[in-house]
Design a protein around this ligand. Structure first.
Ligand code: GLA
Length: 365
């Protein structure tokens, strides 16, 4: 039944391990953040959507709309409406009041949390309930074809499937999310997001170029995606004449194994032991995928020197945030070490956010 008014919200996400694996059919282990984007939606009698969010200028468009019509932050709202209409949803006109707690540009998926919350609000008003994986694919179209970012399904699947107190083990080939129970506090640990506050550089172009390199590697190896590679060593030998492509592929191929190792450890109640996997993942991104930046490398190094068990950049990269696994008793020392190093290097002071695996998107009221 269609609704006249309601409130829906969707979290940001942080990826504990497994980046740039999703569009290669691989594995990742993200979870939903306690920070959310909330949309209060009121149905209108016409086909106009009017969206307001904090300090931004209001946006207005007619559904279904056309990609390119709305730009800036509004493209995520208009993109969600357009993609739903493309999927056959009778999208109503609506007034949307949007408030987000997810930091922008930190690699914590603020844009997907906006798209998912708007998509839920509009389907809710339309009286349509979609399977979360179907909705994730629709939101991916909004992101790829309306907002123009060639991203995978990691973020939407995490946002729409996550559960409180669980990591979300994502298999991008099977398109499944398995909840993995995770209670860091029970082991005296904390998951600490450290936002570098460093500006992102060339994000879309650089992301696309990494994606193309992975696709080129798969073509050379005669497989559909890098996920199909069974013998990693042989694949790397086969790519040896093109060292850059070989490095990009090595990150993805080794990252898939690190995710599986991390899942096995967390399932076995050995969260503390995933630290070296997190750090190895960062080194792989820094040296092979080359999607880190010096500010983020410095945070990872100094967090570990300060007592973190492991740390890595999270998300698409080229700036953004780090996720560190930290014994509760070391948290103050880690924060002090990182701030001192960042300020000493002339960088912006980082921000710190201890996080727990939180619920996915849904209806609030
Ligand atoms: C961004 C994209 C995801 C994924 C990550 C890297 O967050 O939206 O699809 O590719 O980067 O793991």
């Amino acid at each position: 039944m269609s609704e006249s008014r309601g409130t829906w919200s969707a979290p940001g996400r942080v990826n504990l391990i497994g980046d740039h694996t999703d569009y290669n059919g691989g594995f990742a282990l993200p979870f939903a953040l306690p920070l959310r984007t909330t949309v209060t939606a009121t149905r209108r009698d016409d086909r106009t959507v009017v969206a307001r969010s904090g300090g931004h200028a209001a946006i207005e468009f007619e559904v279904p709309g056309t990609p390119g019509e709305v730009t800036g932050w509004g493209a995520y709202v208009a993109g969600a409406a357009w993609a739903l209409a493309e999927a056959g949803v009778d999208v109503p006109g609506a007034d949307l009041e949007i408030a987000s707690e997810v930091p922008l540009g930190a690699g914590l998926s603020s844009s997907h949390s906006l798209e998912c919350s708007v998509a839920l609000a509009l389907t809710g008003l339309a009286g349509v309930e979609l399977d979360p994986t179907e909705l994730a694919k629709i939101v991916q179209r909004a992101e790829n074809e309306y907002a123009g970012s060639p991203t995978g399904l990691l973020d939407q699947m995490t946002i729409l499937h996550s559960r409180a107190r669980h990591l979300s083990f994502f298999d991008a080939r099977a398109l499944t999310v398995e909840p993995v129970a995770c209670d860091p506090a029970a082991s005296g640990l904390e998951l600490l997001v450290i936002d570098s506050n460093a500006p992102h550089q060339l994000v879309d172009g650089a992301y696309a170029s990494r994606r193309h390199a992975c696709e080129a590697a798969a073509r050379r190896l005669g497989v559909e995606t890098l996920r199909e590679v069974e013998d990693v060593d042989a694949a790397l030998v086969a790519l040896a004449d093109d060292p850059e492509t070989q490095r990009r592929a090595r990150h993805v191929l080794t990252e898939n194994h690190r995710v599986l190792d991390a899942v096995a450890l967390v399932r076995g109640g050995r969260l503390a032991e995933i630290g070296p996997l997190l750090t190895a993942s960062h080194v792989s991104m820094r040296d092979d995928f080359e999607n880190t930046v010096p500010a983020v490398d410095l945070i990872v190094e100094t967090a570990i020197e300060g007592g973190a068990l492991g740390a890595r950049m999270t998300g698409g990269g080229f700036g953004g945030a780090v996720i560190a696994l930290v014994p509760v008793v070391r948290r103050v020392a880690v924060e002090r070490a990182v701030t001192t190093a960042a300020l000493g290097a002339g960088l912006t002071a980082p921000s710190y956010l201890p996080v727990v695996p939180s619920p996915g998107a849904g209806r609030d009221a």
